[in-house]
Design a protein around this ligand. Sequence first.
Ligand code: NAI
Length: 336
Amino acid sequence: MKVAIFSTQSYDRLYLDRYKEGSQLELTYFDAALDEHTAGLTQGFEAVCIFVNDRVDLETANIISANGVRAVVLRCAGFNNVDVAAAHERGVKVLRVPAYSPQAVAEHTVALILTLNRKTHKAYNRVREHNFSLERMMGFNLYGKTVGVIGTGQIGAAFCRIMLGFGCTVIAYDPLPSPALKVQGVTYVPLEELLRTSDIISLHCPLTPATHHLINKEGFDMMKNGVMLINTSRGAVIQTRDAVQALKSEKLGYLGIDVYEQEENLFFRDLSERIVPDDLIARLMAFPNVLITAHQGFFTKEALQQIAVTTIKNLNDVALGTTSQNEILPESKVYR
Ligand code: NAI
């Protein structure tokens, strides 16, 4: 089966080529992201393989289905970037990698917290310039602090367990609470109580109509002064302009984000020699208490291996016409 791989990075090629050995798949790699402008490239392919910032909307679904594509295979768990119903109506299956090393994202979340708190990024630069002063480097103990976790699925649960290990009080909000986490010491509370009482808030819910801009001015107003907010889920869960205001008013003491609402125009690219036209991210980067990473939470050897193995299996299932548990059906209302 001929497959067009979009948004290819060197590591995608490395891992997919390694795990496709022995299959009948013919992979063609494109640097471009898939959207309505690049959908024409799918002529002659039976499947497309995409990542978080490719977009299969109605227009793209029309073009790729007319070109003979019969499957969209995601190299990620979230599928908020695919109009699943439109794809299905045109006979195009959608498959994903439902889980790949939730620990990878949970551990990166902790890296963001520790870096913002103990300022290791600043210490690294200071000491290299022989500046051994501790002025403005003071952090706080995580031990005994209240951590609020929004969304306790695979990643949120892994994160809860790490923070319990630090000696934090872990509270959580999720419409589907986990009995196992309750036993391990997590207390479920209403969202408003979580926002009011947490010292650190970490987002691990999917992006759905219900979570779009879940964290906005109203939410920031409820939070403790100087709160730390971490987002490794999807950018649009936070209303970024409200976050800027909360940083300016010093309500928000620290912001760590691995995802950004307009990231599809920026992330996974080297723009170091370009003028970045996005004023909002420039404003965010101007704050000394904001740490941004470019959607690297998933980026470990273990996760890439799992993504490649499952993606190749999904593509083989499409090629052979086998039913797959990884297929997303249009009626699944939870899109991530
Ligand atoms: P999951 O499906 O295992 O867990 C999501 C949890 O969120 C579920 O328990 C669900 O009940 C809960 N939830 C749904 N609606 C909610 C709401 N309105 N408020 C609070 N909780 C709600 O998903 P998983 O694997 O834990 O991933 C979570 C998210 O992390 C993904 O949707 C994706 O957006 C993001 N992600 C980010 C990565 C990165 O590299 N930064 C990599 C992988 C995922």
